[in-house]
Design a protein around this ligand. Structure first.
Ligand SMILES: C[S@@+](CC[C@H](N)C(=O)[O-])C[C@H]1O[C@@H](n2cnc3c(N)ncnc32)[C@H](O)[C@@H]1O
Length: 282
């Protein structure tokens, strides 16, 4: 596990997403997660959608299911689950800006519903969901064991967990730890990044069975040169970008540079990406 050398509070994480709200949506769109390029010919939109479908396959959704989306962002995946799979969905996020946007584009309102709630201190009832999905939120959790234990608790027997996550490589060189993965944690407001084997073990320890891991590290890396390019184009074309990056009160502006670090970390194998699936036995 690689840990941030600076403490990161839940308020820091919420502020990261609120401050970068426009950046995230303008540069990447309402899905705040990687894309998956399998043929190399996909558009970014197709690649982003492929990642969602790979996660949802592991949730084995059926109409009428109760689904919880932990770390729902702008709710784009929650809306796919509600509208294309006929499920009742609740999305949790810690960012008020994300809830405001998600509610403004949910038509008719009511499904999905969105809530500002910290998963580490959630109020969900035990045994109340058929599936828990979580795309790129585990990184932000202070206690990874608790993340999985809570998912196990709120699932009904037979329910499934499907999670995608940024990962640390299994064996880092000291410089990769120091100059790539730890700064990515600190600058991205990620308290810690575990490895694929650590998370698979934590899922089993929480009680999950049929635990599976899909390594997509090679297929997601193209996300970062595209983001970096779009940001550079934005800097040239939109004066607001430069103003934002030069304003010291935007303490999350460093993330514009973190993108290049993440790209390099993937290329070195110091960062990885995976989708995890598991079932709570009946
Ligand atoms: C990278 S975004 C992913 C958003 C969304 N899943 C998507 O794919 O578009 C991470 C999300 O995790 C949420 N998050 C971070 N820590 C959280 C916590 N402790 N409880 C609930 N949500 C959290 C953030 O608010 C944000 O919505």
């Amino acid at each position: 596990m690689v840990e941030s050398t600076q403490p990161i509070s839940i308020d820091d994480i919420a502020r990261h997403y609120d401050q970068l709200d426009h950046f995230y949506r303008e540069i990447w769109g309402e899905h705040v997660h990687h894309g998956v390029w399998e043929t190399g010919k996909e558009t970014p939109e197709q690649a982003v959608r492929r990642l969602v479908d790979l996660v949802l396959e592991r949730a084995q959704l059926r109409p009428g299911m109760q689904v919880l989306d932990v770390g729902c962002g702008y709710g784009a995946t929650s809306r796919i689950v509600a509208q294309e799979h006929g499920a009742q969905v609740l999305g949790l996020t810690v960012s008020p800006a994300q809830v405001r946007y998600a509610e403004s584009v949910t038509n008719p309102p009511g499904n999905p519903r969105y809530l500002i709630e910290d998963w580490m201190h959630n109020q969900r009832e035990s045994g109340s969901y058929d599936a828990v999905i979580s795309i790129e939120c585990l990184e932000h959790m202070h206690d990874k064991d608790r993340f999985f234990a809570e998912a196990f608790r709120v699932l009904k027997p037979g329910g499934r967990l499907a999670v995608s996550a940024w990962l640390s490589g299994e064996e880092l060189r000291p410089w990769e730890h120091r100059f790539l993965v730890e700064p990515v944690c600190r600058e991205g407001r990620l308290p810690a990044l575990g490895t694929a084997s650590e998370y698979a073990r934590k899922m089993q320890n929480a009680g999950f069975e049929e635990v599976s891991v899909l390594d997509l590290s090679e297929q997601v890396v193209r996300t970062w040169p595209i983001c970096a390019w779009r940001m550079l184009v934005g800097l040239v074309r939109k004066p607001g970008y430069l103003r934002f990056l030069l304003d010291p009160k935007n303490d999350n502006r460093i993330f514009a540079l973190t993108m290049f670090r993440i790209w390099l970390a993937y290329r070195r194998g110091a960062m990885k990406y995976g989708i995890f699936g598991g079932m709570k036995k009946t």
